[in-house]
Write a protein of this length. Sequence first.
Length: 70
Amino acid sequence: MEYEKTELLEAKRQIDSTLHKLRETLKTLESKENPNRYKAQMTLAKRRIDAFDLAVFFIERELEKLSSDN
């Protein structure tokens, strides 16, 4: 599937925003009085962060391809 540069940039912007929020949420959960109580939420947040980091990697790679094609 082909995407335009503007679509990729917007997707990256949205993912970066979500990543920022997830990382802040993770910091908050880790700083709670009893962080073990939030283990499931922290695991989910970490997995989502990993998945979004991977998505950003592929978006950036696609953007590089578009730039080199021009």
